[in-house]
Design a protein around this ligand. Structure first.
Ligand code: SF4
Ligand code: SF4
Length: 503
């Protein structure tokens, strides 16, 4: 009688002729795959293919292979679905996972192509001409009043009532990832990079650690349903405040950070007891209507000296109407998180099957706000699997002001998308609080890699703008005429407001 029907997903192969018997693989693996008795012995069942051992093996003698277990082909019951039934028959539990949706849904971004100048308007050489990536997060006035400056020029009229905006040197920010779900060194890397880049990082729902106070002008502080770490000082410190209503990876459910991850520092920052589970409820228990949301937005504005307040929602059905309500409630930005967005931990069934694609959500929200004449009243942040500068450009052309990157920024710090974040054993030291693992991320090193990534994407965005013949990212925003669809059905093209290629 077998104890389990589930075979290992990966096989670890070591070429012992090359192996130095140094034991580094044992030391590097956070999952406890290796034991050592004169030489390393792997336990395949524990391997998550995070490649930490492969990267650090000095003899390059470790291979991780997919276990091509010969299960009979079945077009309806994939091997994964069969294994999941076996897992649940053995555990009786909800299957948890980390990172983003890995199912084969069509990627709309991959079916959109951008225009290029040829004859009708000239392209611009970004190496010789200034290309403006600067953008401002927040409510814009529909019109401005000016007055004479007394020297023959003009200035904005006193008391014009223009809302505070946050200046971003590039239309890209780091997505919310809470301290607790990621390590403090990850937060420091993000904060340092955000400051150097003139952009923003986001605390997520875990509060702001005191070590990040020097970077507060480059931090969005989040207010989630659990209210972790929220007090007047926290609200004062952020450059902007974000009410988290939903998350793309787990729409409609709250968060849960296991007590093992709540060490002393996390407990102080989150203002909860050490070792206790941090449960954020699915709803905010003071928001059951747009009027309630309005009250919270204005309370946070009052408490912070009228800083921009945004609302983060998961992309779901009727997202256009929801976003309209959020803007009418006084939000300065709407953060749209598509269903491919990452997470530290979520039930796999929720992550993979609930929500709608980001691309559709951006187009629908941008159009709805334009149709209602309130598009200027709020910025749109788009997140949920922005994988490259091309995704960024397409998101902006569909109507986003800014994109947010979470998974890509963790990948810049070493993440290999092994999807084991919920275990707290991340070998790369990212989604863990174990001191022996977290010290693997040096904040200075991390900040440099994140800075490089954003610089690279910014240069590429400038190249794209040059090819389109525009010299400012503001000119691309909502410019869907510059996009064409390849292989999308007519209804999807209509919803996106994008013509098929050839027209
Ligand atoms: S790290 Fe590589 S060389 Fe060192 S013991 Fe492990 S497999 Fe052998
Ligand atoms: S953060 Fe760590 S645990 Fe999560 S997917 Fe990346 S490498 Fe794996």
């Amino acid at each position: 009688m077998p104890t389990t029907l589930i075979q290992p997903e990966f096989l670890v192969e070591i070429d012992y002729d090359k192996c130095h018997k140094c034991g580094r693989c044992v030391q590097q693996c956070g999952w406890g795959v290796y034991s050592f008795n004169e030489r390393p012995f792997p336990d395949d069942t524990k391997c998550r293919a995070c490649h930490r051992c492969v990267t650090y093996c000095p003899a390059h003698c470790i291979k991780i292979k997919k276990n091509d277990l010969a299960l009979r082909d079945n077009a309806n019951w994939s091997a994964e679905q069969r294994k999941n039934v076996w897992r649940q028959a053995e555990s009786g539990g909800v299957m948890l996972t980390g990172m983003g949706n890995d199912k084969f849904y069509q990627s709309v971004f991959d079916h959109l192509v951008l225009d290029a100048c040829q004859v009708t308007n000239p392209s611009i050489d970004p190496l010789r001409e200034p290309m403006e990536l600067r953008t401002y997060l927040g409510r814009k006035p529909d019109s401005v009043e000016v007055e004479s400056d007394g020297k023959g020029g003009y200035r904005l009229k006193e008391g014009a009532g223009i809302a505070k905006n946050v200046k971003l040197d590039a239309p890209i920010i780091f997505s919310p990832m809470s301290y607790g779900s990621v390590s403090l060194n990850v937060h420091k890397s993000l904060a340092m990079a955000a400051e150097r880049l003139g952009i923003l990082m986001n605390t997520g729902e875990g509060g702001l650690h005191a070590d990040l106070y020097p970077y507060q002008d480059n931090v969005i502080v989040q207010v989630a349903s659990g209210r972790f770490g929220v007090n007047p000082e926290y609200l004062q410190r952020g450059a902007a405040i974000e009410i988290k209503v939903g998350q793309g990876a787990k729409p409609g459910i709250g968060g849960h950070l296991p007590g093992e991850k709540i060490n002393k520092e996390v407990s102080t920052t989150r203002m909860i007891p050490q070792g206790s589970d941090a449960i954020s409820p699915a709803p905010h228990h003071d928001i059951y209507s747009i009027e309630d949301l309005r009250q919270l937005i204005y309370s946070l504005k009052e408490a912070s000296g009228y800083k921009p307040v945004g609302v983060k929602i998961a992309a779901v059905h009727n997202v256009g109407a929801i976003a309209s309500g959020i803007v009418r409630a006084g939000a300065d930005y709407v953060y749209l998180d598509g269903f491919k967005g990452g997470t530290g931990a979520a039930p796999a069934i929720i992550r993979d099957h609930i929500g709608i694609p980001l691309e559709i959500a951006i187009a629908v929200v941008d159009q709805r706000l334009r149709d209602e004449g309130i598009r200027n009243q709020a910025s749109i942040i788009a997140a949920g699997s922005i994988r490259s500068s091309a995704d960024m450009a397409k998101a902006i052309a569909l109507g986003a002001d800014v994109v947010a990157i979470g998974s890509a920024s963790l990948m810049a710090l070493g993440c290999h998308l092994c999807q084991g974040c919920h275990t707290g054993c991340c070998s790369w030291g990212l989604t863990t609080q174990k001191a022996e693992l977290t010290r693997r991320v040096d904040p200075e090193w991390g900040a440099e890699r994140l800075t490089n990534l954003v610089h690279a994407w910014s240069h590429e965005l400038q190249e794209i703008l040059g090819a389109l013949g525009v010299n400012a990212v503001e000119s691309l925003r909502g410019s869907r005429e510059r996009l064409r669809a390849v292989g999308l059905d007519a209804q999807t093209c209509e919803i996106l407001g994008v013509k098929p290629a050839g027209l």
